[in-house]
Write a protein that binds this ligand. Structure first.
Ligand SMILES: Cc1cc2nc3c(=O)[nH]c(=O)nc-3n(C[C@H](O)[C@H](O)[C@H](O)COP(=O)(O)OP(=O)(O)OC[C@H]3O[C@@H](n4cnc5c(N)ncnc54)[C@H](O)[C@@H]3O)c2cc1C
Length: 459
């Protein structure tokens, strides 16, 4: 077996891996990204293709080039919620337009950019195992049919949801989050469909609840090319994704005579970000550390940021020559006090939603006036801090929801707990020392969430 030595090795050439490798190369590290797919297939990843815009991405690649090449629709101004029980809801974006991308081209450009800024990309390289001796020191892989070993100061695990690498690392004696089960994931599937006539929602990302808790989406890449997909929580009975999507599309007149151009499915995390995603010489980023909004499934922004921050922190640790958990911990702190707290708070709504059936939730939503619903979602769709007054108003106004008041009261309490949880995440410790007591505080709040919602503990 040949052995190669690098400062950093990144496993996985998706969004998180590309931003990790590009950042490390820009900082002067000798970095190689290993991707199991062929160069031709690089970037072909299951996705809904919706993003906020180019500001989503750290400035370590040519973002204008990325935009020109892959942003096929930059005119997304609203989220449209199709309500099977009645009135649809339109939620306008308050801070600029969103975009839908051609995910394959987007992925190709990222990989091109990684090489342009000085990292090496090795395709057809399937990482099989970890090399470790108290800390992770490398990986073994099959590269174009031949075994190869890469030694490195830091291995970045960007191998996506349910990453194989995490089964191989010995996490004993570290705080790495191993409390991960498949029930905390969603199985999702999407098709790219060409429709004969332009749709009238080419300025919207469209969501529609499915019978089991989850949703179906139509994201217009252009007015005639739609990314349509759906998913189900793996703690619920499995759904026949392909046939449910097919029968939904058959009932939508705009899909009459449509052609399917591409089909792909994958698992994605619908849980809070890993409590800690570092171990000596090892850091997980993106889907591999659950950096996904657990209510929308949006994972591209978290993956890009996480990859960037992990590489920044790793570069510093490598230059100091200290690669233990403490040296890499700052990465955890950045994630948890940034999007980590928001995703952990959103996760409470998943837990709440999972404890109720979709029909009841839809009835409540139908009964609430549209404006109030928009208000309840707060700015940018996040949990608003001034919710109590709004929720009180909702309870008063929503007389039609008689019979569901206890659920509304629960929602109100979950809102409060979500705000409290964010405060706890603001206090995420800056070193591993404070981690146990921080976790105790957070878990006490989670116990209250389970008590209020009656949900089975998720963690
Ligand atoms: C159906 C679906 C729809 C989605 N829709 C959206 C959306 O509209 N907007 C949004 O923001 N997010 C969406 N997401 C989530 C988003 O796609 C992910 O969060 C994001 O791609 C995560 O990036 P990543 O780099 O961490 O992982 P991935 O993109 O999964 O990349 C992992 C890479 O690692 C490689 N790899 C894995 N194992 C190995 C190995 N052993 N050796 C070598 N290479 C390996 C894979 O081939 C892959 O290239 C969706 C996800 C799914 C499944």
């Amino acid at each position: 077996m040949t052995t190669e030595t690098r400062d950093m090795v990144v496993v996985g050439g998706g969004t998180s891996g590309c931003f990790a490798a590009a950042t490390a190369a820009q900082k002067g590290l000798d970095v190689t990204l290993l991707e199991r797919k062929s160069e031709e297939d690089g970037g072909h990843i299951a996705c809904g293709d919706a993003i906020k815009g180019k500001s989503t991405f750290p400035d370590v690649i040519d973002r204008d080039y990325l935009r020109e090449e892959s942003f096929t629709n930059e005119n997304i101004r609203r989220a449209l919620f199709m309500n099977p029980e009645g009135e649809n809801y339109d939620i306008p974006f308050r801070d600029g337009n969103g975009a839908v991308v051609d995910r394959k081209r987007y992925g190709e450009v990222l990989l091109e950019e990684v090489e342009r800024v000085g990292a090496e990309v090795e395709y057809n390289t399937v990482v099989k195992d970890i090399v470790q001796n108290g800390r992770v020191t490398g990986v073994t892989a099959i590269q174009k049919g031949k075994p190869v070993e890469y030694e490195a100061d830091v291995i970045i695990d960007a191998a996506g949801a349910l990453s194989l690498l995490q089964d191989k690392v010995d996490f004993d004696g570290t705080n790495y989050d191993t409390n991960v089960t498949y029930q905390q994931f969603c199985s999702a599937y999407r098709e790219v469909i060409e429709v004969p006539e332009p749709v009238d929602y080419d300025d919207a990302i469209v969501f529609k609840p499915t019978e089991k808790l989850g949703y179906l989406w139509y994201f217009p890449r252009t007015s005639t090319e739609i990314n349509a997909g759906l998913g189900f929580q793996m703690n619920k009975p499995p759904m026949e994704l392909v046939s449910v999507l097919k029968s939904d599309l058959e009932n939508q007149p705009e899909f009459d005579g449509a052609k399917v151009k591409d089909k792909l499915g994958a698992a994605l995390p619908t849980r809070r970000p890993y409590d800690s995603a570092v171990a000596p010489g090892f850091m997980s980023v993106g889907d591999a550390a659950a950096h996904v909004n657990p209510t929308t499934g949006g994972g591209i922004p978290g993956a890009a940021k996480a990859g960037h921050w992990a590489a920044e922190v790793a570069t510093e640790a490598i230059s100091e020559g200290i690669l233990d958990e403490s040296a890499l911990w700052e990465y955890n702190h950045r994630v948890q006090t940034d999007f980590g707290k928001k995703f952990a708070a959103m996760d409470l709504y998943n837990i709440f939603g999972g404890a109720h059936d979709m029909e009841e939730l839809t009835k409540i939503v139908t009964a609430l006036p549209g404006e109030m619903l928009i208000d309840l979602m707060g700015k940018k769709g996040a949990v608003s801090m001034s919710l109590p007054a709004k929720v009180k108003a909702a309870v008063v106004t929503a007389l039609e929801t008689r019979g569901h008041w206890s659920t509304l009261r629960e929602a109100y309490r979950v809102n409060q707990l979500a705000a409290d949880l964010k405060e706890i995440y603001n206090d995420y410790p800056t070193t591993p020392d404070g981690f146990e007591s921080w976790k105790t505080r957070r878990d006490e709040l989670m116990d209250e969430v389970y008590e209020v919602t009656g949900a089975e503990p998720k963690y």
